[in-house]
Ligand binder design. Structure first.
Ligand code: HEM
Ligand code: HEM
Length: 242
């Protein structure tokens, strides 16, 4: 089966808008964990208190449809194992970026399958929902920090994929044509990779920071009931990771 030019362009664009943008803001909001349980749960509460139809529409249009398309078409590109820059005059380093970017996409796929089945309705059905601060703490400190390591690796793979995706994107869309501009963009990608990874590791550390374990985690999603009916609040019995 041949690749389709328009689908490939759409795949490339969806990696930046909206999926890349979603990931950057998602890591930033998750880093509220560094400010403690009540700040983090406040962010979760903000979204859970939104009218359900608005939340559903936002999730479908800004996350699920583009992410599903990007993931499925991305796996198709990897399976097809098409051309990369090795046939051109690009240096070995560029080939490596390109290859790793594809493999980090595969890692991102497995990580996200695991991640979204712990944080969405799939998890709620199984009683393993991991959304609020105390559930993250239980999950990440569970089994000798093995889930902390899985999260750190998965998140780093996603960060690499996005950061070097920007580099590939700029070449594909003719934004960086000269070798000097590609060289400069490689530096921007390296900085983006470090920043995203630090943000993600920081978010994870916020959940295991011993300073917060002495305090009980107030759950604003539940306490801010003046903003929403009780039925909108998370079912606290389903929140703790078991
Ligand atoms: C869910 C699993 C994912 C898979 C299987 C996947 C796969 C891929 C593949 C194979 C490419 C290279 C396309 C090519 O060679 O032409 C790619 C590009 C890209 N991906 Fe993903 N990806 C995934 C998730 C993500 C996520 C979560 C983001 C953003 C955070 C993202 C952002 C990008 C960007 C920005 C590009 C560069 C676009 C370009 O080459 O022009 N991807 N993806
Ligand atoms: C530090 C690592 C991460 C933490 C602590 C984390 C945390 C969370 C939480 C609390 C939720 C449920 C609430 C919400 O929708 O915001 C969630 C859902 C989700 N996360 Fe993450 N996340 C992490 C990394 C990532 C990465 C790297 C991606 C890649 C794009 C990602 C993609 C998603 C998606 C697609 C959902 C489902 C969204 C929805 O249904 O609304 N997460 N994550």
């Amino acid at each position: 089966m041949r690749e389709n030019y328009v689908l490939h362009k759409l795949h490339s664009l969806s990696g930046i808008i909206p999926v890349g943008f979603y990931m950057a803001q998602h890591l930033l909001l998750n880093s509220f964990s560094l400010a403690g349980p009540s700040k983090f749960n406040g962010v979760i509460g903000f979204f859970s208190n939104m009218p359900q139809h608005v939340l559903l529409l936002l999730e479908l249009v800004a996350i699920w449809i583009p992410l599903a398309f990007h993931a499925v078409y991305g796996l198709f590109i990897v399976a097809r194992n098409g051309d990369n820059y090795s046939k051109s005059a690009y240096k070995y380093r560029e080939n490596r970026y390109y290859r790793w970017q594809r493999w980090s996409g595969v890692l991102a796929f497995f990580f996200l399958c695991f991640h979204v089945t712990s944080t969405t309705g799939f998890a709620k059905a199984r009683g393993h929902l991991v959304i609020e601060y105390d559930a993250w703490h239980s999950l990440l400190t569970h089994n000798g920090y093995v889930f902390f390591a899985i999260y750190a690796l998965g998140m780093a793979a996603c960060s690499y994929h996005l950061a070097y995706g920007i580099w590939n994107f700029c070449i594909r869309w003719g934004i960086t044509i000269s070798e000097a501009s590609q060289e400069a963009m490689a530096k921007v990608s390296a900085v983006a990779f470090v920043l995203l990874t630090v943000l993600g590791v920081g978010a994870l550390y916020g959940f295991i920071n011993p300073v917060f374990q002495q305090q009980e985690a107030p759950v604003e999603a539940r306490s801010s009931s003046s903003l929403a009916p009780a039925s909108n609040a998370y079912d606290s019995s389903a929140i703790r990771f078991r």
